[in-house]
Write a protein that binds this ligand. Structure first.
Ligand code: NAD
Ligand code: TDX
Length: 352
């Protein structure tokens, strides 16, 4: 079996659902179920014996030792993280605890387990660490896109904590020979994304007739990838990636935030009870340290494995908007009191 961490979150849950649909191999899923983790994301697997869910922390070494000894996974796929940049600005400590110390604890427990395996199992073993393009920092408008060789320049507590975890993964390969793989993906969107991130937040606010808070001048650029395409890329890297290597994954879909928001308004404008969503756009105070532009050069994964995204930004966004329109119950469940508290905190004095 494979051992997935953070598999009740947005990308992790999409990955587990896709994995069990495409590959008939069981999954051990360890997730702390923070505000971002939701067992409802995995409800299609409720009676599926191939999915073993354990609530727990990647920083709990004893639990990790027990799970590794009991289930003897052939691979780890590490999604578990605090993932929202704005939350890292308000409260960075949890990002250090999970993304840095938690990843370290996971790596070290896995190394201890792996080093006791028979040679053939040791060689076949993989530790896939899911990282982000944000570790490379911010691009000027005409800079070339991030390559695997681009130097690290993280700018937020979130990206700094992910960068630190990447360095630990690299060191565990270089020093101990742990067969690691690291991926750097651009901004994901799609079903099951918690509505604190740009695209689902805008959909939810628009449907509620609330302001659509665009930071700064709205010209910051992100490179968008549909989550299903990210999951397909991760399956390829796990199967074919060369140990110790890093792989960039991106949608080749750079868009300014204001254009993303206006496209969402247009797509939403086609549904039954539509209104003039564009009039809800509100420019608000910028995010401190806001990275201007991210862009991924995905040449390596394309040439090595033939990976290409199946969705364009327009087709993926149409699917995503439809998913949110069809899943009002899911949205109601995740927009809890804690969610309302976060929205009040982050957007309290945001109006510029
Ligand atoms: P998410 O916040 O939706 O999910 C994170 C999951 O990890 C949640 O289920 C949460 O409960 C769990 N978790 C948090 N702390 C934990 C701990 N200490 N132990 C066990 N589980 C814990 O995040 P996401 O958007 O699905 O991102 C998943 C991974 O992909 C992260 O590592 C993130 O850095 C990376 N990534 C995300 C994006 C993106 O656009 N969302 C892009 C590139 C890379
Ligand atoms: O209310 C908002 N208004 C706004 O203008 C929010 C929430 C965001 N934005 C802007 C900030 C960014 O330029 O939209 C852009 C996207 O913001 P997020 O969805 O918060 O994503 P980002 O900060 O780019 O980081 C994401 O991509 C890389 C994920 O959250 C990370 O986990 C991933 O590593």
């Amino acid at each position: 079996m494979i051992f997935v961490t953070g598999g009740a979150g947005f990308i992790g849950a999409n990955f587990v659902l896709d994995w069990l649909a495409q590959v008939d191999e069981p999954v051990l899923n360890l997730d702390k179920l923070t505000y971002a983790g939701n067992l409802g994301n995995l409800s299609p697997l409720r009676n599926d014996p191939r999915h073993v869910f354990v609530r727990g922390d990647i920083g709990d070494r004893k639990l990790l030792q027990r799970l590794l000894a009991l289930h003897r996974p052939r691979a780890i796929v590490n999604f578990a993280a605090e993932s929202h940049v704005d939350r890292s600005i308000h409260g960075p400590a949890e990002f250090i605890d999970t993304n840095v110390v938690g990843t370290f604890t996971l790596l070290d427990a896995v190394r201890a387990h792996w080093s006791e395996l028979a040679l053939a199992e040791r060689e076949a073993f993989r530790f896939l660490h899911v990282s982000t393009d944000e570790v490379y920092g911010s691009l000027a408008p005409d800079d070339p896109a991030f390559k695997e060789s681009t130097g690290y320049a993280p700018n937020s507590p979130y990206s700094a904590s992910k960068a630190a975890s990447d360095h630990l993964v690299r060191a565990y390969h270089h020093t101990y020979g742990l067969p690691t793989l690291t991926t750097h993906c651009s901004n994901n969107y799609g079903p099951l994304q918690f509505p604190e991130k740009l695209i689902p937040l805008m959909i939810v606010n628009a449907l509620a007739g609330k302001p659509l808070p665009v930071y700064g001048d709205g010209r910051n650029v992100r490179d968008w990838l549909y989550v299903g395409d990210h999951c397909a890329a991760l399956r390829m890297v796990l199967a074919k990636g060369r140990v110790g290597q890093t792989y960039n994954i991106g949608g080749n879909a750079e868009r300014a935030n204001i254009d993303v928001v206006q496209t969402i308004c247009r797509v939403l404008g086609k549904h039954a009870a539509a209104r003039d969503y564009g009039s809800l756009v509100t420019f608000v105070q910028d995010r401190p340290g806001h990275d201007r532009r991210y862009a991924i050069d995905a040449t390596k994964i394309r040439t090595e494995f033939g990976w290409l995204p199946a969705e364009t930004f327009e087709s993926g966004l149409a699917r995503t908007v439809k998913w949110y329109l069809d899943h009002s119950e899911w949205l109601r469940a995740v927009t809890s009191k804690e969610y309302q508290n976060w929205i009040s905190l982050n957007y309290a004095e945001a109006e510029a």
